[in-house]
Structure formats: C-alpha cells, structure tokens
Design a protein around this ligand. Structure first.
Ligand code: GRF
Length: 200
C-alpha cells in the first residue's frame, strides 16, 4: 500500500510516521509528502528520508476546488491509497473527500467531539478540563467529525501549563497516529456508520 502525508508546518507527526516506516511498524510505502506551504519545516524530514515532496500552495490558485482537483491528479498518478493529514491547515473540498472516501485520516489534539478546530489544545486547557487527549479519525466533509479510529486520554495535572500539556499531547500523537496507519495498512479497520471496529 502506498500512502501520502499532507503537512503545512512543523511536521513532528510526519517525523514519527517516517520513523515507524523505517523500523517496519508500518508496512506501507510513504510515497509522497505534500505541503500546502513551501516554508513548512516538516519538508526537511521528507527530504532527509528521500521521500518525494510536492508543494501545492493554495495562494497560486483561484479557488479551493482547483487546488483539490490538481492534488487528486497527482495522487492518482502516484497511485496513493491512503492520505494521512498531519497538521494540514486546509479543509478538504467535498470532491476530494468523495474521491478518497474512507481513505483519508486525521489526527486531532483533543478528545473529539470536544474542542474541534484549530486550537484544540488551548481551548481545552482554557476551559479547565481535567482530562483531554488525542483522536485519530476518518475525514468526512465536516471539520474534525468523521468516524473515530483511536483515542487516548491525558490527565491535566494541577500545575499544568499550556506548554507542558502541548508536549504531552504531541507525545501521544506520535504514538497513536503511526499505530492507526499500521492498522489501516494491514486492513484491520472496518467502518460501520460511525463505528470503527478494529479487527484482531
Ligand atoms: C498536531 O497537534 C495535530 O494534532 C494537529 O496539528 C498539529 C500538527 O503538528 N492537527 P506537527 O506539524 O505534526 O508537528
């Protein structure tokens, strides 16, 4: 199975995924890293690992539909079967989501459906939750809303800061996101409605 990782920034999840491929935990080929920005720090991890990179900057297009049409052409050409969003800061168009139905996954830094959106860690921290966490889910047309694959809870301690919570969250992301990709690649995820069953 060939898969692509989409990024926009730092790429710490991309790095964890590359390491999981290198150590044989993920038995698929990471064939492409796509970035929505030429400045994404994560591009360096792809280059170091000699993975093909592609920059599709929405600023060079007139509308989101044409961005996604272009991306789909490139994905078809690269024979990609799974798209892994890792800090990709664009909402995919319905056309894209339909084309790759149940073949797109995302990681979100909260226990969904709480604290959707771009500042999940901060929103949960500010709200004063005692427990937050990480969610890996399939992507559908709405933001942070598809069927849930894996979740892991994290306790917020008495002396927690936003920074320390962020570190805990990212550590868990780097553990459960590769795991979810491993399960997908091995054909162990069965989706029925909103429920994702993990086969033995
Ligand atoms: C992660 O916190 C992820 O949950 C969210 O975006 C962030 C990406 O971080 N969707 P990185 O670029 O992988 O370091």
């Amino acid at each position: 199975m060939r898969f692509a990782v989409f990024i926009s920034g730092r790429g710490s999840n991309l790095k964890a995924i590359i390491e999981a491929v290198q150590k044989g935990q993920i038995k698929g080929e990471l064939a492409l890293v796509l970035s929505s920005s030429p400045k994404a720090g994560g591009l360096k991890f792809a280059e170091e690992a000699r993975i093909k990179t592609l920059i599709v900057d929405p600023h060079n297009y007139t509308n989101p539909q044409s961005v996604d049409r272009d991306i789909v052409i490139q994905l078809k050409e690269a024979k990609i079967d799974l798209i892994v969003l890792a800090g990709y800061m664009r909402l995919l168009t319905p056309f894209f989501v339909k084309t790759y139905h149940r073949q797109i996954i995302n990681v979100h830094p909260s226990l969904l459906p709480s604290f959707k959106g771009v500042s999940g860690i901060k929103d949960a921290f500010t709200y004063g939750v005692k427990v937050t966490g990480v969610t890996v889910h399939f992507v559908d047309e709405k933001m942070d809303s598809g069927p849930i694959i894996l979740q892991k809870a994290i306790s917020v301690s008495e002396n927690e800061t936003l920074e320390s919570l962020g570190e805990k969250i990212h550590k868990v992301e780097h553990e459960i996101y590769p795991k979810a990709i491993e399960l997908f690649v091995e054909g162990k995820l069965k989706v029925r409605g909103r429920k994702v069953q993990i086969l033995p």
